[in-house]
Structures are given as C-alpha cells and as structure tokens.
Design a protein around this ligand. Structure first.
Ligand code: AHM
Ligand code: MG
Length: 321
C-alpha cells in the first residue's frame, strides 16, 4: 500500500511528538494543501493569465510575479486558520503575521512561497520552502537559530511535484500522485552521497567572489567536476541532495553579505542537508548556529556533500594544497 505524507507524519509524530496530539500534522497538512493549490496553478501557466509580473515590488525590492502573490496567499489562507499556528513569516510580507490566538498557537512557520520565481515564465522548476519553530509562549523570541527548527522542507514543482521534509529524524521525499491527489512516499530516508560530480554556482559573479572561493572553484575545475546551475535554489538543492556535490552562493560585489535569506532559504535547506549527512556553511561556520537579527536577513550559503564541504573548509582556512 502507498504511504502518504499525512500517514508518514502521523507515524513520526507519535514517535517524536507524543504530546502534539495532531497539531503538528494539521499544520503540515496546511502546507501540503497550499502546495497542491500552488502546483495546480503552476500547471495551468500559459493557459490562464497567471504568468508575468503583478506590478508590485516586495520587501526585497524585487518585482513580484503573479504566481508569487498567489503562492503567498495560498499559504496564508491554508495556515492561518490552523489552531497550532502562532506566527507566519513570509518572504513576501515585510512584517511577521501574528495570529491572534495566543493560547493555542505553538508554532512559527517561516516560508518562501515561490522560490526561483524569475524562472516561472520560462517553464523552469520553482519551489516552496518552509521552516517550523516551536513557540510555547508569546514572550519567547521570534528569531531563533536554525538548530531549533522542529521541521523543515520544500516542494519542488518540476517534472513532477515532490515534497521533501525532515522533522529531525531523517529526510523523506513524497511525489504527488495526480490520480490519488496525495503526496506518496517515494524517497525513504534520503542520504546525500559523500561526494558528487557537480558544483553549482552563478559563475557570472565569479570575478567578485572572495579569493578563497575562487581558489576552491579552481580546485574543483582541476578535478573531474561538471557544473550545473538552474538559478532556482530548491531545484539546485534537490539535485545536490540526490546526487551530491556542492552548491554555493558566495558574497559578491552586489550582495556582499550573500543573496539568499537565512530564515526561509538557508536554514531549512541546511537542516535537510545535515539530516541527509551533508553540511551547510556561511563560509565561517554552520548555518544552523547563526543567531538571526532580522527576519529577512541574507547570508552566504555553501552546502553539499561531506567531501566537498571539507575541501571548502580547507580553502577558507587557506590550507588547500
Ligand atoms: P527569489 O526567492 O526571489 O526567487 O530569489 C532566490 C533565487 C534562488 O532560487 C536562486 O538560488 C538565486 O535566487 C539565484 O540568484 P542569481 O540569479 O543571482 O544567481
Ligand atoms: Mg527565494
């Protein structure tokens, strides 16, 4: 028999969160419902008027695509009525949305509703990323380091729609079966290979990478690596998770602190990478140890297989030989 994501979460929950009594699974089913709505919309791109910009600029100063707006609304719509939700933090909203249900809400959910949206109009994979923290009382700080995440995951809307998550007990992947209308277990306990063939970076920025990054990439080129860069973080990460290798978004001239966002891009993917046996760094240390100071803060992000990450650390410490 098939195992749906809902069944899997309920099983994990009785093992991991015996006190949660369905709250956690209700919250994750809010996320899977929203992502099914998003994928249905994406699959109709080109047939209905959903491509192109919405005419607004978001908090990052980026032009919002119509699908960015739809994806954000779908997540807010599916999550805000759930009993267990205390605060929603979205890439598309400048401020966190506090749900006025202070007694029952126990979780903060942070998400990037539609990552890689510059790829939408050209039919390239995009994704949704989410991260979940516990918050037992409204007095607790909203901003916590990534090692306190209780769950994290993403959906990649690619040649199929795949939901990947961890609740701290390994990484599991589910493929949307359109006949059943459910995400069905297809990757049981994913482990990232210890090394891979690919490195993934926007090489058009290479002249402005710090020297250690350039030395590292030169070293990879001397070995038998090939390059892959989609420009959709979720898709680039999904390949890295399954095939190994390394993904980098270093500091650049235009983005000296990195481009990617700590809370809803780096943290969740770092949690998944570690749970799959890989690593994630900001160039100085572990992504999951960073104490955030703002909800939309950026970070350099380097993540991948153990072997490539060890070599990256050697490059950063100047001990590549
Ligand atoms: P977005 O959240 O506005 O879509 O931006 C994030 C995207 C990532 O998906 C991707 O890794 C990166 O930006 C690509 O940036 P660049 O075009 O600078 O290489
Ligand atoms: Mg994004």
């Amino acid at each position: 028999m098939i195992v749906t994501v809902q069944q899997h979460i309920l099983q994990q929950q009785s093992d991991l969160f015996p006190e949660a009594r369905g709250r956690f699974s209700s919250l994750l089913s809010g996320i899977t419902l929203a992502t099914k709505m998003i994928q249905a919309k994406i699959r109709r791109a080109g047939l209905v008027d959903i491509l192109g910009t919405a005419g607004e600029v978001n908090v990052q100063g980026e032009t919002q695509q119509k699908l960015d707006v739809f994806a954000n609304q779908a997540l807010l719509h599916c999550l805000s009525p759930r009993e267990s939700v205390a605060v929603l933090v979205s890439e598309e909203n400048e401020q966190p949305l506090t749900i006025d249900r202070s007694e029952s809400g126990k979780y903060v959910i942070v998400f990037d509703p539609l990552d890689g949206s510059s790829n939408i109009d050209v039919n390239v994979s995009v994704g949704t990323i989410f991260s979940i923290f516990r918050r037992d009382s409204p007095d607790e700080p909203l901003l916590k380091p990534g090692y306190e995440q209780v769950a994290a995951g993403y959906v990649v809307y690619g040649s199929s729609t795949i939901f990947v998550y961890t609740a701290g007990q390994g990484v599991y992947g589910f493929t949307l079966d359109p006949d059943v209308g459910a995400f069905v277990l297809s990757y049981d306990r994913v482990m990232m290979p210890d090394s891979g063939r690919y490195y993934s970076v926007n090489e058009a920025n290479a002249d402005s990478f710090p020297l250690a990054y350039r030395s590292y990439l030169a070293r990879l080129r001397q070995q038998s690596y090939s390059s892959r860069y989609i420009g959709s973080l979720v898709a680039d990460f999904h390949r890295t998770l399954l095939k190994g290798g390394v993904f980098l978004y270093p500091p650049t001239r235009d983005n000296p602190r990195g481009k990617l966002r700590l809370l809803y891009e780096a943290n969740p993917l770092a949690f998944l990478a570690e749970q799959a046996g890989g690593r994630a760094s900001n160039g100085y240390g572990r992504i999951l140890d960073i104490q955030p100071t703002a909800i939309h803060q950026r970070t350099p992000l380097i993540m991948g297989s153990r072997h490539e990450m060890d070599e990256f650390d050697r490059a950063m410490s100047g001990s590549l030989n």
